[in-house]
Design a binder for this molecule. Sequence first.
Ligand code: FE2
Length: 103
Amino acid sequence: MTFAAKANLWFAPEATDCLIHNLHPFIETHVQIMGVGRMQKFQTQQRETLTEEILMAPGFAQPFFDCTSDSIGGFLYPWHQYYADTDCMWLALELHPFAGSHD
Ligand SMILES: [Fe+2]
């Protein structure tokens, strides 16, 4: 499989839940730029099913979460979200598969 690397710079104000989700059309990881936040994992899309938090401090790169690829080119992750404890900036690094490169 071959990929195109893309980067998205995100900002969220203090005390923001940035949406619990589990599907992406790419493989992702995150690097904290400013402020303090958390990557959170959940059992379901409900906030009260929190199972894991990874503290994101400036300069920290989140380890890749395990994911599986689906039959239409997407990637299934554990339910997760970014949470901003303070005003935060972080970089989302995305690996997008080239069309037709799925095994
Ligand atoms: Fe995500």
